[in-house]
Write a protein that binds this ligand. Structure first.
Ligand SMILES: [Zn+2]
Length: 272
C-alpha cells in the first residue's frame, strides 16, 4: 500500500455532534423540511424549503447510528448509504448489522453506497453489479431500497441508466437545481451549513457520520481513532477465537467420545 507522509496536512474544520445539533436546530427553526433521497424522485422543484441530509457510511455503521440517534431525538429525517465492498465493515456482521437495523427501525431511509470501480476492476458490468448489490443489501437488512449514492465518481451515462431504477443522489437534479454542500475532506469549501441556512431554499448536504463523531479530532486523528476502534474489535474477536479453540482442544477427547455416541446408530435399527 502506498503512503505519502510528506504531503503537508491541511487544517481540518471543526465538526462535532454538538455542532451538528446546532445546524439541525437552526434548520428546524427556519422551517426546513427534511425529505429523504427517494422522496426527491419528482424533482427538487416539487418541494418547498428543504434540507436533504445524505449520509454516506464510509467507515462504520456505529458512527452513523450515533448521528441517527441525534437526528431521531430532534424529529429529523435523513438517508444513510451502505458500502458492500468495504474492508472496514460488513453489513452482515453482527455489530454492523445491528447498528444498521437500528437505523432502519428508527425510520431512516437506507440505500446502497455503490462502487462501480469494484465491478470495472473485475470485468463485471457495473449496472448488473450495482443492481445485484442492491438485491443483496435488501436481503441482508430486510429492507426495500429506493435510493443509491456513489462512493467514487461514476460516468454520467451510467448514472442516467441507474436512475431509471433508483433515485441516485448524484442525479442532475439533486446536484444542479439545489445548493450542494459537503463535508468531504473535513473541510467546507466556502460556506458552512449554518451560513446558507436561511439564504438557500433547497439544500443537499452530504455529511459523513465519522467526520462529526470525535469532536476534538481532525481528519487524520479521526481516521486513526476509527482504525484503532475497528482493529481493537477484530483483535478481541480473534482472542476469543484463540481461547475457545484452546478450550475445545483441552476437552477434545470427551467431545469426540460424546459425538461418537450421539451419531452411532444401533445395528438392529440399521439393517433392513
Ligand atoms: Zn463514500
Amino acid at each position: 500500500m502506498k503512503t505519502n507522509h510528506s504531503t503537508p496536512a491541511i487544517q481540518s474544520d471543526h465538526f462535532s455532534l454538538e455542532h451538528y445539533a446546532e445546524v439541525l436546530a437552526k434548520a428546524i427553526t427556519l422551517g426546513y423540511k427534511f425529505p429523504t433521497v427517494s422522496e426527491m424522485k419528482h424533482g427538487a422543484h416539487s418541494q418547498g424549503r428543504f434540507l436533504l441530509l445524505r449520509h454516506d457510511i464510509d467507515v462504520a455503521p456505529r458512527y452513523a447510528l450515533r448521528m441517527a440517534q441525534l437526528e431521531h431525538s430532534l424529529g429529523v429525517r435523513s438517508s444513510y448509504f451502505v458500502l458492500l465492498h468495504s474492508l472496514y465493515y460488513n453489513p452482515a456482521a453482527p455489530p454492523h448489522w445491528e447498528a444498521l437495523r437500528q437505523i432502519v427501525s428508527m425510520g431512516f431511509e437506507v440505500g446502497l453506497h455503490y462502487e462501480t470501480d469494484f465491478f470495472e476492476a473485475h470485468g463485471i458490468d457495473p449496472l448488473e453489479g450495482v443492481l445485484s448489490d442492491v438485491a443483496a443489501l435488501e436481503n441482508i437488512l430486510h429492507i426495500k431500497i429506493a435510493s443509491v449514492s456513489q462512493h467514487r465518481p461514476a460516468s454520467s451515462a451510467f448514472l442516467q441508466k441507474l436512475n431509471e431504477y433508483y433515485v441516485d443522489a448524484y442525479n442532475h437534479d439533486l446536484m444542479h437545481n439545489v445548493r450542494y454542500i459537503s463535508d468531504s475532506g473535513f473541510k467546507w469549501r466556502k460556506e458552512t451549513p449554518l451560513d446558507i441556512l436561511g439564504t438557500e431554499e433547497r439544500i443537499h448536504a452530504l455529511l459523513h457520520p465519522v467526520t462529526w463523531t470525535f469532536g476534538e479530532l481532525d481528519m487524520a486523528g479521526t481516521y486513526r481513532r476509527a482504525s484503532e476502534e475497528i482493529t481493537a474489535e477484530i483483535s478481541a474477536s480473534f482472542e476469543d477465537f484463540i481461547s475457545s479453540t484452546n478450550g475445545y482442544l483441552s476437552k477434545r477427547e470427551q467431545l469426540d467420545a460424546a459425538r461418537k455416541q450421539l451419531y452411532s446408530v444401533p445395528a438392529s435399527k440399521c439393517a433392513p
